[in-house]
Design a protein around this ligand. Structure first.
Ligand code: GLU
Length: 464
């Protein structure tokens, strides 16, 4: 069987990371099995769907590298086909026209509730002669759902799940205004797109029973279903804004690398031994649905941040430099020319060792682009005593005599400390304050070398 999966978001808001994880699982499953991954934008609800939301979804998927193999299918363009299938169901005798007015349906609901029954459609037009149709009432088309037995789903994650058919009423597949209902559109599209595996959140399980009945009515092969548990917050409630960031692009904003977020989302709900760091190629090699757990997973922001730190440490220096420059571009207190870019690039190897997000990385790199006079943090200012400033004059002379490589700078600083009876730290700390305006930076020799002779000496001259 050719594996074809799809991600089918409704463009009504942001790209929630729960949805991003669903997309990722579909993508990895298709790749693992040498199949195809498709994207369908479920925009039939014209009131709730927006173009902006579609853009956000496409942008989020692209950022995460979860790209479909074909251009997206827009469900709204397929409404004629949905209606066509509804008519075929009428012809097959597995659907019927229902002429109930909204008022009748309301009464039916109220009466059921009053009698303590669940408000289901009572099937009053199921076997009635359409000749009895009241004039001027446009009919809805309803599925003639089985009344006996169970509808069973052999779910690849949840196992066998079933519902008694007596619990499900004859749902509308085509409304009286000719528009298809959600479950009907999904089935027609999944069938036409030849989807082999429907992998989605387990909040859709109740829809699945309805959808299975439509497949069966049409005599279509069922896809395999896999309903994955939702993501919860630390308190066990469904993940929402009050827990923290939930939209994929918000994580981008907060300085997460897409591969780190994907790795984290993969590990959230899917396990492969103790392995935590799993890159895309490895994920494709390993991913299968039998590793997906049945319990809801809990979002752990601290764990994601740690993982992001690992990915930053291993990321390419040029790429990180570009990202840092983009992040700093709006800052009016910086002079971001090619020189500053060169310094940031030069110091990237040690800078990236300590940052857990790109926000931290950019903050830590910003001093390299600050024009003189350098603003001083209070702690740094307090290190620059008159005595320290005098010392820095001599330090400047000592390092000016080197070829300004980290190793020659390091040797010169050690020699200076020895000769003046100071510990290296007593030299390095005021030096760092003068060069960076703060008390934290990568090694002083690397920092000096990254600034370069001219800039480093200018920064020292400014405080001596
Ligand atoms: N459009 C649905 C949603 O965004 C998903 C439907 C499906 O995967 O079948 O929740």
């Amino acid at each position: 069987m050719t594996v074809r999966t799809r991600f089918a978001p409704s463009p009504t808001g942001l790209l929630h990371i729960g949805s991003a994880r669903t997309a990722l699982f579909n993508y990895l499953f298709a790749r693992h099995h040498g199949g195809e991954f498709l994207l369908r934008i479920e925009d039939t609800d014209r009131e709730r769907s927006t173009e902006a939301a579609t853009t956000v979804i496409l942008e989020g998927l692209e950022w995460l590298g979860i790209t479909p193999d074909h251009p997206p299918v827009f469900q709204s363009t397929r409404m004629a086909r949905h209606a066509e299938v509804a008519r075929q169901m009428l012809e097959r005798g597995c659907a019927y026209r229902c002429y109930c007015t909204p008022e009748e349906l309301r009464q039916m609901r109220e009466q059921a509730l009053a009698e303590g029954r669940s408000p289901r459609y009572d099937g009053r037009w199921r076997d009635r002669d359409p000749a009895e149709a009241p004039p001027g009432v446009p009919p809805a088309i309803r599925l003639k759902a089985p009344r006996e037995g169970d509808t069973v789903v052999e779910d690849l994650v949840q196992g066998t799940v079933r519902v008694a058919n007596a619990e499900l009423d004859d749902m509308i597949i085509l409304r009286s205004d000719g528009t298809p209902t959600y479950n009907h559109s999904v089935v027609v599209d999944d069938h036409d797109m030849e989807i082999s595996h429907v992998i989605r959140g387990d909040d859709h399980l109740t829809n699945t029973f309805r959808q299975v009945q439509i497949y069966q009515a049409m005599g279509w092969d069922l896809p395999r279903f896999a309903h994955i548990p939702l993501i919860h917050g630390a308190d066990g409630a469904k993940l929402s804004k009050r827990h923290g960031a939930v939209s994929a692009l918000e994580f981008r904003e907060q300085g997460y690398l897409p591969e780190a977020l994907c790795n984290y989302l993969l590990r959230l709900g899917w396990g492969h031994g103790d392995a935590e760091v799993i890159d895309r190629a490895e994920a494709i090699r390993l991913f299968d649905l039998d590793g997906v757990g049945r319990a809801p997973s809990r979002m752990d922001y601290a764990k994601l941040t740690n993982l992001n730190g690992i990915y930053i440490r291993h990321a390419d220096d040029e790429r990180l430099t570009r990202k840092v420059l983009q992040r700093l571009a709006h800052r009016t207190d910086l002079a971001l020319g090619s020189q500053a870019a060169g310094r940031i690039r030069a110091l990237m190897p040690p800078l990236k060792q300590r940052a857990k997000t790109l926000v931290e990385l950019a903050d830590a790199a910003a001093f390299l682009a600050k024009p003189l006079p350098l603003p001083m943090e209070p702690k740094a200012a307090s290190l620059l005593t008159p005595e320290a400033r005098l010392m820095l004059r001599d330090v400047a002379t000592a390092i000016a005599a080197t070829d300004f490589t980290p190793s020659s700078i390091d040797a010169a600083l050690r020699a200076f400390a020895d000769a003046s009876g100071r510990k290296l730290g007593q030299v390095a700390q005021p030096l760092r304050a003068a060069l960076t305006g703060s008390t934290a930076s990568p090694g002083i020799d690397a920092t000096l070398a990254a600034l370069g002779r001219e800039e480093a000496l200018a920064r020292l001259a400014a405080v001596t």
